[in-house]
Write a protein that binds this ligand. Sequence first.
Ligand SMILES: [Cu+2]
Length: 472
Amino acid sequence: MSKDCAALPEGGSVVRHRLEAGEIDWEIAPGRKVRGYGFNGRVPGPVLEAKQGVPLEIEFTNRLPEPTVIHWHGLRIPAAMDGTEVVQRLIQPGETFTYRFTPPDAGTFWYHPHHNETEQLEKGLYGALIVRAADELALDGEKILVFDDLRIDKSGQIAKFGGLKDRHNGREGNVRLINGTSEPEFAIAAGQIERWRIVNASSARYVRLSLGGRPFQIVGTDGGLIEAPVTVEEVLLPAADRVELAVGPFEKEGEVLSIEDLPYNRMAGKKGVERFGTIRIAPRKASTARVPSRLREIAPLVTGTSSVTRTVKLGFKMSLRRGFDFVVNNERHHHDKPVKVGEVQVWDVVNTTLMDHPFHLHGFFFQVLEINGKKPAWRSLEDVINVPPKGTVRIAWYPDDRPGMWMYHCHILDHHAAGMMAHFEVVGERDEEHGHGQGNNQSVAAPVSHAAACGTTPVHRGHTFPRRRRGE
Ligand SMILES: [Cu+2]
């Protein structure tokens, strides 16, 4: 990825970026332009580089012909900076708003509008935001790959929006893009291992990612590194999901592998194998990368049997006026009960429908305790999880001291727009004192240390690892 024009000179210990959203001619393939939206004239928007624990300032200007607001997806920041209509006034055409927050966690995040997002995201408003730790896991190289699909009509432009079919299934595209380009080629030197940070920015598509059927290692998910690398031959990314991989080493110089989306049936029309891009194995280079066998510790939020504190029902409902709605607890744009700071939340997210829904919680990571009663294979920090048809995902999360209005929703953008979302308030200790003068003493949950809530105890130190030996 190019170092880009968004970076402003660093002033003191603040990292500053400037973003501008506007209409652009988006070149999705050589000579093939569509009229879309972009940040700083491009799709995806610039990679916003940030440092863990260092204040970040993003001066955003809206040059679109419509209002917008920018959401920092996955970042555990104050509610007022979450970038939704609930916590701030919409940014009107011509207006500038400066977002200020300190990213507390290293990882692969992204940014996108949170207003009219079915159209604004599809038209190209999205970008990666990378928060780096002081002691990053550095391999031989790094790639940031933002996946998207785009629906192009016969005239070669972005197809018109709306319709009951998209409202039901979510909008999938007929052109597959990585970093805003149709089926690009990437190079990796034979013998080397790279860290690939992957974002699925699609409106609805689930990407069942395969790298030519070759094994790769998962090293991180939404909330940063997992505890230990996991070797797989494919990984499923629901809409809005992220994954970090250690890719390579490949041996055969000149070989070309497909970056593919394998068939996945989310009960909204099944597709075949579809290519997103290719990998060319470039001339061999020496490698100094080693993927540590332990990446970090993630303390469990809940041990033993968990008692559920809330049930969230994702549903579908017929409507005389609109044909049908997607709902939470039987209500469009549901208002859920408040959550108290310091009380561990154990939620059953129940999918009462016959299709998959990617559940997204704003502003807090959760740990997945069970999927349909089964413990996941490894522990991770997530902000998006797929809830299978008629299935239940049990999650645990810790409301640390960031009171305010938050939300959760399905990240199939059409479902979100059709009502599958809820607002809720995180109520701080101070609010409690005002109301009852009892502070947070009534908290029933076991005390959880900040480190446990954030789940961050890095194991690896520094980024110099012993040189890989042959056969290792
Ligand atoms: Cu959904």
